[in-house]
Design a protein around this ligand. Structure first.
Ligand code: HAM
Length: 470
């Protein structure tokens, strides 16, 4: 018996492999699927249209105001956050994803961007840059192991801006104005809340007064269990508690704003004067303290308001989802003049804020903000027959290079299916190339609204498209 020809054994091997694959496919449906982790989210393509819109608009606005985009690692040393965000804060003590890597280093997934941006600013000697103040924009994902609920994910995204090297009140006011304006332009109605928490000595003195105030048993009894613990660990956090009992206990409490030094007070007055000049509506919230350790002086947050777009007024019933989402800020920030020096850099005044993209997008949906049509194609290119398909592909590439917004589905051969797709995506025109058009060097232009079709010489087609798309 002679040896099997080589290609025959290859064929057998292929058939065997193919059978295995088929068997696997049969078993596939019985395999338990691995789902995403709790609190992690997928962004599906339809939704990505909004993400694109929000991110593009952020880039456009902040870059116009001189912010330079930067990036920082997802993984940093755990101690970076412990030292800057603060060991006692919820973000670090409860919510950080941490692990020890194979070199024995304690590392953490970034729960916020400010510490990484500050580290990067110091590490790359940005205080030496020609253009001061240094204004940085960062957009990316963050991780906090929170209890997942609407608007609260374990992976979420922020638009984060920071200004390094500017102490004057105009920087604080400009940040507030930019955040407010950005949200307004996206169609999200917001309320700006502002406060000043003074400097660190002011807060030390104030905390003593607050503790004295809560020595009164009757008042202390009104605090929630969690807030009683907070009073021991991080007393200022009691001020922005959402618990009703705690809020009533705070009614007669001393206010931080009445206990700040003159320089900090004058700085804050200037911030408010600028906000008036910029015509930014705001409310003073004496209980706003923010949950991160590094802030001093101005702190602010952007809160969702019952939307003008959704046609609701204060009396109309609010859905449970909306009520929940309105309990979470869309963004927040403030001044942190001591942090750069505290982290090993030169003394550098700084301020910044972050907006939560996930929450902004939820809010846009709740306020019925229409999706942007910016990326929507005007033209669909359809083809009939093998040779026409090749010509259509070349033509499609030409459209792209000339800057037209076009779509195609070259894997479909039926004209009916292609026209259905053109309708679905809302194209205004479909350009059809078949065997006859190939021979005649023409293109059929179909107006998708009227269904009217006309034939044009290839040399005139762009002129006609421009006329119709005007
Ligand atoms: P933050 O208040 O912790 O501040 O976060 C800012 C925004 O991020 C929040 O208002 C919210 O919209 C969004 N966010 C926070 N946690 C979540 C979550 N679990 N799910 C969805 N969205 C969330 C900071 O991060 C500071 N680093 C801001 C800053 C910059 N301060 C000075 N510069």
């Amino acid at each position: 018996m002679g040896r099997k020809p080589k290609n025959q054994s290859a064929n057998n091997a292929y058939q065997k492999h193919s059978k295995n694959t088929q068997d696997k496919n049969v078993f596939h449906s019985k395999v338990k699927m691995i789902s995403r982790l709790r609190g992690m989210r997928d962004i599906l393509p339809e939704e990505y249209v909004r993400w694109d819109e929000v991110i593009n608009q952020a880039r456009e606005l902040f870059k116009y105001y001189g912010f330079l985009e930067t990036d920082i690692p997802v993984l940093e040393s755990q101690s970076l956050y412990e030292k800057s965000t603060g060991k006692q804060t919820d973000v670090v003590s409860k919510e950080m994803f941490t692990f020890i890597d194979k070199d024995g280093d304690k590392v953490a997934l970034r729960p916020e961007a400010t510490p990484g941006v500050v580290r990067s600013y110091i590490e790359h000697g940005m205080f030496n840059r020609t253009f001061q103040p240094v204004k940085l924009l960062w957009i990316g994902n963050l991780f906090r192991r929170e209890k997942p609920q609407l608007g609260r994910n374990r992976q979420f995204s922020q638009i984060n801006v920071e200004i390094f090297g500017e102490a004057s009140a105009v920087a604080d006011a400009q940040l507030i104005m930019l955040g407010y304006q950005f949200l307004k332009e996206l169609g999200v109605t917001t309320q700006v809340q502002v406060n000043s928490i003074g400097d660190s000595l002011d807060r030390e003195e104030y905390v003593k007064k607050l503790i004295m105030y809560f020595r009164d048993r009757k008042i202390r009894a009104k605090l929630s269990v969690d807030d009683k613990k907070r009073l021991m660990k991080n007393p200022l956090r009691v001020l922005d508690s959402k618990d009703e009992g705690t809020q009533s206990a705070l009614e007669g409490a001393p206010q931080l704003i009445d206990n700040i030094n003159d320089e900090a007070r004058n700085h804050f007055i200037k911030v408010l004067e600028y906000l008036d000049e910029f015509d930014i509506p705001y409310i003073l919230n004496p209980f706003l303290v923010r949950g991160l350790d590094y802030y001093n002086r101005t702190v602010f947050e952007f809160w969702p308001m019952r939307g003008a777009n959704s046609g609701q007024n204060a009396d109309s019933a609010e859905s449970v989802e909306e009520a929940i989402s309105r309990q979470s800020a869309l963004g927040g920030g403030g001044r942190y003049d001591g942090l750069v020096e505290f982290m090993g850099g030169r003394p550098t005044p700084a301020c910044g804020f972050a907006l939560g993209i996930d929450r902004i997008i939820n809010r846009m949906k709740e306020e019925n903000v229409p999706m942007s049509s910016a990326g929507q194609p005007d033209i669909f290119v359809a083809q009939l027959g093998e040779a026409a398909k090749r010509q259509a592909m070349t033509f499609f590439e030409e459209l792209r290079k000339k800057g037209y917004k076009a779509q195609q589905n070259f894997v479909k051969d039926s004209l009916k299916a292609q026209l259905e797709m053109a309708h679905k995506i809302g194209a205004k025109l479909t350009l059809i190339i078949g065997q006859q058009e190939l021979v005649d060097k023409t293109v059929i232009i179909r107006d998708m609204e009227s269904g009217m079709q006309e034939v044009y010489a290839f040399s005139r087609v762009f002129e006609e498209i421009d006329k119709r798309l005007k």
